[in-house]
Structures are given as structure tokens and as C-alpha cells.
Design a protein. Structure first.
Length: 183
């Protein structure tokens, strides 16, 4: 047996080489949100070699589904699509969804709120190591989330420890700093 051979014949998930990117436009419909979620998972599994049923792929599906659904529900303007951008570099998958309503910024619900909806960003915060939004111009807003490092290769579900909101200065950059429980 050579030094490169192994007795374990199962494929070991390998993270993709730095610089993998994908950008695609989707219609601002429920179907567009569903297709964005499915594409994100497919692309993620191709880049990383992880199976579709892995916890990391599940996290990508949940985050992308929520961000795309929010773009369709809260960021839709008639005739305008939303954009999904995925980038994988240095053991970090960044998911970005850009919509046409920069005046509607996301916010986490207040603890103990009685509203029936509006808790999807708590799920994003639980699965993502970091998330936030940017208003880059008068016409668009980008909401992003990052799944990093051990989340891409670990099979443990994340536990949320929210330290608080941090806001960037004049650039319109806002994000939540999160630390995963048990790390």
C-alpha cells in the first residue's frame, strides 16, 4: 500500500478550490424561491462533495429558502427578479439574495412576540455563522449569510448564541455576529 492509498474506500468530502462562484436571476415568485433553494443545494454538494442529505446541505437549503422567500414576499416589485449569488472560498459558503426593495430591511423578531410569522430570520441566524444585509444602491438590497468552516463538514446541528447586532457605518452594511454553541 502506498502512502496515498487508504484502507477506507469511502470518499472523503473535500472543500472546493478557492474561487467558486455562481450567480443567477430568478422570478420573484414562490416557484423562483423554490428553484433557488434547490439550485443552491445542488451547487453546494457539487462543490464540496458532501451528500444532499448532510446537515451542511440542509443548512444551505434552509438559509437559501428563507432568504429567497423573504425576497419574494418582502422585496418584490412587479417585473423585477431577485438574484442568488453563491461563493465558496476558504471553507466558507456565502449565500447572497438581492431584491428590489432596499427600504425594507430585515430584522429579528422581538423575543416573546405574538405574531404568527416573521421568525424565519431566527432560523437563518441559527444555521449561519454570520448574516446581515447591505444596501449598495437606491434600487437593491442584498441579504447574505455565511456557513463556515466546521459547519461545512460537521454533522452536528448548530445552536444559536446571539451576542447582539453590530451595525456598519455609512456603507449600509449591517450584520449579526453569531457564535455557534459548543465551539
Amino acid at each position: 500500500m502506498t502512502a496515498q492509498q487508504s484502507t477506507d474506500q469511502r470518499p472523503v468530502p473535500q472543500l472546493a478550490a478557492p474561487g467558486h462562484h455562481l450567480t443567477m436571476l430568478f422570478s420573484s415568485t414562490r416557484r423562483g424561491a423554490r428553484l433557488a433553494r434547490r439550485l443552491a443545494v445542488q451547487q453546494f454538494t457539487e462543490w464540496t462533495g458532501l451528500p444532499h442529505g448532510s446537515d451542511a446541505a440542509h443548512a444551505v437549503a434552509q438559509i437559501t429558502g428563507e432568504l429567497a422567500s423573504n425576497a419574494v414576499t418582502h422585496g418584490r416589485l412587479p417585473g423585477r427578479d431577485f438574484r442568488l449569488r453563491l461563493s465558496l472560498a476558504r471553507q466558507c459558503l456565502r449565500i447572497e439574495v438581492t431584491d428590489a426593495r432596499p427600504e425594507r430591511v430585515p430584522c429579528l423578531p422581538v423575543a416573546g412576540g405574538l405574531e404568527e410569522g416573521g421568525r424565519g430570520l431566527l432560523m437563518v441566524a441559527a444555521y449561519a455563522e454570520d448574516w446581515g444585509w447591505e444596501v449598495r444602491d437606491r434600487f437593491t438590497k442584498t441579504v447574505w449569510a455565511e456557513v463556515a468552516g466546521s459547519s461545512l463538514v460537521s454533522e452536528g446541528r448548530p445552536q444559536l448564541v446571539l451576542e447582539g447586532a453590530l451595525e456598519g457605518g455609512d456603507q449600509g452594511l449591517h450584520h449579526q455576529r453569531l457564535h455557534m454553541g459548543g465551539q
